[in-house]
Each structure stands twice: as C-alpha cells, then as structure tokens.
Write a protein that binds this ligand. Sequence first.
Ligand SMILES: O=C(O)CNC(=O)[C@H](CS)NC(=O)CCC(=O)C(=O)O
Length: 276
Amino acid sequence: MRLGILQLNVSDDPAANLSGTLDMVEQAARAGAVLIATPEVTNCVSTSRKRQIEMLRQQDDDPTLAALRQAANTHGVWLLIGSLALKTGDPDGRFANRSFLIDSKGQIAAWYDKIHMFDVTISDSEAYHESKGYRPGDRAVVTDTPFGKIGLTICYDMRFPALYRTLAQAGARIISAPSAFSPVTGDAHWESLLRARAIETGCFVIAPAQTGTHAAKSGKSRTTYGHSMVVSPWGQVLLDAGTKPGISVLDMDLEEVNKARQRVPSLEHDRPYTLD
Ligand SMILES: O=C(O)CNC(=O)[C@H](CS)NC(=O)CCC(=O)C(=O)O
C-alpha cells in the first residue's frame, strides 16, 4: 500500500494552513497514496491561549475537519489527521488534542484524544505545559481499515510503551504517532523512541511531523523538530523527511508485520510477575 506523509510548518492561522494542507493532500493522492497522514495540530500551532480561543472551533463546527473529510471523499483516500486542536465546551475551557481517521468516503472512522500531556521543563528557557491548554483523553483506539488495524497515538504518547503494547495486542499492525516535537528532545530521542515502539510491537510506526519555526500573529513563535518518520516492524527507518515541509510517498509491504513477528514473537511472550 502506498502511504503519503505530509510534513507541515503551520502557523496560528487555521484558514491559511488549511489551503496549504488541501493542496498537499491532492498532490499525495495524485502520487497514488491511499492513506495520507498529517502531523499533530494540523490546523493551528500557537502558544497563545487568547489566539487559540479566537481561532479554534468545536468539532462539529471546524472548517479544517469538514474540508479534509470532503477531500478524502473527493480523492477516495483514507486520511489520518494527526490531530486538530478543538474547543470542547468544557467548563474549564480546555481544548482537545484530537486525532481523526477519515475513510475514503469522508466519514470519521475513529477519533482519539491524546492521553499523555507534555508537561515538561527541558531547560531554564524551554518549558511546556500542555495540560493547561488541553484536556487529556482516557481511551486507547484501534480501528479496522482496508490496510489492517490502525492504532492511534499522538506525539508524547510515544514515550509510553504500555499504550503501544495495548494497541498491538488489540490487533494494530500500523500505529500512528503524529507529532510536533521539540528540537532538543527530537535530537536526543525521536528516532530511538519510534524505532523501539516499532520493534517491540512488530508494527509499522508512521510519524508525520510539524517542522521549523511556526509563524505567529500573536504570542511567542515555536520551533519543531521535523524529521517525519516511517519505521518498519523490524525497526528499519523507511523514511526520514528531514526538516523541510513537503510530501513523502512510500510503499509499505504489510506482510512485513507477519515476518517480523514470526522471527521474534515477543508480542506473545508477556509473562505475569510479582514485584518484591
Ligand atoms: O501544543 C499544542 O498545540 C499541541 N501539542 C504539542 O505540540 C505537544 C505538547 S507542547 N507536543 C509534544 O507532545 C512534544 C513531545 C516532545 O517533544 C517529547 O516527547 O520530547
């Protein structure tokens, strides 16, 4: 199956971001991709809560979701929208960081709210407080597709191997990890984390990423790591998209999932144990 990966450098203007993303989806579909995946927060990268309150919408009212559903139907492709930042209507005002799998008719096949929040102080000058802005989810999601079962995760989730194991043991053969990674942790950890998750689950791991410095009309601008990646179930890096925005298309042989799991069936070798 042919996979399209969109590496994006979105701003805090969802309408402008959408037109660029729609162009890239069309190009990837023309190149023969049947599943096209976009990064975390495809609609808006912003560090300003005020700006997010102004620009973001609830799911039923979100123009990015509506237009991408229509594009999936028009081009007859499955779309993994890495995530959208959405209003939730919750009294505490927090947003959802929500991933969507859209089928080739434009219907929502599955959605997933990021479970693990990136509340991390990397250095004196760099800290993230994701849970201040976003309300974490509490359900893991695996869905049937014509390409086998896909498990959904987002970004920081990749540091929680138990979630990946749950998804793989529930039948996932592909796990998505759309991201907006920090450059510092990206350099240190990104490739290792993704390869480890692929090897230990025997899944393809697909990780479309935001990249570069994100233009902001309001608030501080933010920089992300890029290097969108696809890793085979044997742990080979099939794609590293570097740091420029753009489209990558590659063919995945899903038989490799069976082969890797036959060679090393560790997914079936869990054992109960006590902790003294
Ligand atoms: O804030 C938003 O609008 C969307 N959310 C994100 O971009 C999140 C939280 S800041 N980014 C990550 O989880 C990066 C994780 C990471 O870099 C690591 O695990 O090292």
